[in-house]
Design a protein around this ligand. Structure first.
Ligand code: CTP
Length: 400
């Protein structure tokens, strides 16, 4: 239908980006991106007026998102479940950069200029679907097909990483995902551009690495980034621990890898607390994540009682009581024995132990209120934990 409407308007429209690359590699991809040689917003609005749904556009960039719904499915004659959530349209554009790392400025331009501003040759492939009917031809201005066949990540020009240093991280991510090699000259350009990584905002670096976590085995991407000096360029204290692969695998085996920044906990918790803070601030983590990773570090490395064989439960509860649940989960997964079992036992039972008595019990005994209440209740709890009290009768005797 997009082709049909574009043909009626004799508008050049191209399917572009990751979906073309992935179609040719026979990999799943549900992000449908079209480039329009003209006004993409007007075209998206026309599609919406004809087939329903809704359009959200962003005029400064000449882009529009066409959100599809059940009515659109019916109008298009497609089963609702098979319809993508949205389709992106962008006006063909040529970006230039006022200065490196600034937001791009948008011009109207031809498809070739649009594709020529992209990161890697394999991402410059397009499928032309209009203006003539039945076109459906692959557009390959930058030898993307050759590189796709050869399995190579190659930039289009020597300033690509200077224009946008996050492409260094993207190169590693694609090479990891597709099992492609970073072409030699491209690798050399990466080495030269590494110092530029220092200038990228924390948010962009973090987002890019978060995308790496979506890959099947992000550890090899992290090792590559460490080896090429990219982690150190992001922050001098940023290093990959040698046991990373083993730990990442263990995380995936427990299906914990998509949870609450789990990979970040493993990547950073081996570092001293001041480095966790420095890197967390560099990547704009926000306080809760920095604190949680520091807690994981503390549990794993700074609590000698956890290294003892059969420590008194009350001593364990005293040190783990304030720790975030996810830090405990991660630490239990990665600690050696006997620490791992101790943390698990804390999580499964000790943290829930409470005495039978409460403030009202103490009041009924005629005790005047004050800090003594919490001291007594803590003593009671510890006595239960350490097996000195095993029944209500014993607790009552203890209280007397
Ligand atoms: N792009 C770029 N430089 C960047 C980010 C993106 O040149 N720093 C280009 C790429 O050529 C890409 C297009 O913008 O084809 C869309 O970006 P994105 O959606 O991130 O890329 P995909 O190739 O679709 O990646 P993925 O499969 O991970 O979604």
């Amino acid at each position: 239908k997009v082709a049909e409407e574009a043909q009626k308007q004799t508008l050049g429209v191209y399917l572009v980006g990751g979906i073309v690359r992935d179609l040719l590699l026979e990999r799943a991809n549900h992000d449908i991106d079209f480039v329009v040689e003209g006004d993409a917003i007007a075209f998206a609005e026309h599609m919406q007026a004809t087939y329903g749904g809704s359009v959200h556009s962003y005029a400064p960039f000449g882009t529009a998102k066409w959100h599809l719904d059940a009515d659109t499915a019916e109008a298009l004659g497609i089963a609702n479940g098979k319809l993508p959530d949205h389709i992106d349209f962008a006006s063909a554009r040529n970006e230039y950069y006022l200065h490196p790392t600034a937001l791009p400025t948008v011009y109207s331009g031809s498809i070739k200029l649009d594709l020529g501003r992209r990161d890697f040759t394999i991402n410059t492939l397009a499928i032309q679907i209009s203006p003539a009917a039945h076109m459906w031809r692959i557009v390959d201005y930058f030898s993307g097909l050759d590189d796709l066949k050869a399995g190579l990540i190659r930039v289009l020009h020597s300033l690509s990483f200077v224009d946008d240093p996050t492409r260094i991280l993207r190169a590693v991510r694609f090479s990891e995902r597709l099992n492609f090699k970073i072409e030699d000259r491209t690798a050399e350009l990466i080495t030269n551009a590494l110092p530029m990584l220092r200038r990228i905002t924390g948010e962009r670096v973090r987002n890019e690495l978060n995308l790496l976590w979506q890959e099947a085995a992000p550890e090899s991407g992290i090792y590559t980034l460490a080896k090429m000096g990219a982690l150190a360029a992001i922050h001098p204290a940023f290093k990959a621990p040698s046991h990373l692969g083993k730990l990442f695998k263990r995380l995936r085996a427990r299906d914990l890898h998509q949870e609450s920044d789990a990979y970040w906990h493993i990547l950073l918790s081996h570092l001293p607390n001041e480095d966790i803070t420095a890197i967390g601030e560099r990547l704009l983590f926000g306080k809760p994540l920095i604190t949680a990773i520091q807690a994981t570090h503390t549990i794993l490395y700074e609590l000698p009682v956890l290294k003892e064989n059969s420590p008194k439960p009350s001593r364990v509860v005293a040190v783990l009581g304030a720790m975030p649940a996810f830090s405990l989960e991660i630490a239990a997964l990665f600690a050696e024995e006997p620490m791992s079992t101790t943390i698990r036992t804390y999580m499964d039972s000790w943290q829930n132990v409470r005495p039978k008595a409460d403030g009202n019990t103490l009041k009924a005994m005629g005790l005047s209120t004050g800090p003594i209440y919490s001291q007594i209740l803590l003593q009671l709890k510890n006595a239960w934990l350490d097996g000195e009290i095993n029944s209500q009768a014993e607790e009552e005797r203890f209280l007397e």
